[in-house]
Write a protein that binds this ligand. Structure first.
Ligand code: FES
Length: 94
């Protein structure tokens, strides 16, 4: 299992390893919003505070959207494009 922790509130959620990060939508607390779910809107932009190495690599669509939003950086991700295989701490940017 992987633990996803929200930096500001400290709330954390468990996901099976290799889950899509979008699956936290199925948990009771919503601290992260999703829109298109396809790297097309930027609603789900997050900063990875800890555990960046526990995510899949960025794909081209994600890189393009982060560039368009002018928020691309090594620790910036679109949550809808992330798979989790270890503990992470995140901070929503929207
Ligand atoms: S939900 Fe639209 S970019 Fe992630």
């Amino acid at each position: 299992m992987s633990t996803v922790t929200f930096y500001a509130s400290g709330q954390s959620f468990q996901l099976p390893d290799n889950s899509e990060l979008m699956e936290i939508e199925n948990t009771s607390q919503r601290e992260l919003d999703f829109g298109c779910r396809a790297a097309g809107c930027g609603t789900c932009a997050i900063e990875i505070i800890a555990g960046l190495h526990n995510l899949n690599a960025k794909n081209d669509d994600e890189e393009d959207m982060l560039d368009r939003l002018d928020i691309n950086g090594h620790n910036r991700r679109l949550a809808c494009q992330c798979r989790v295989h270890g503990d992470i701490t995140i901070k929503p940017l929207n």
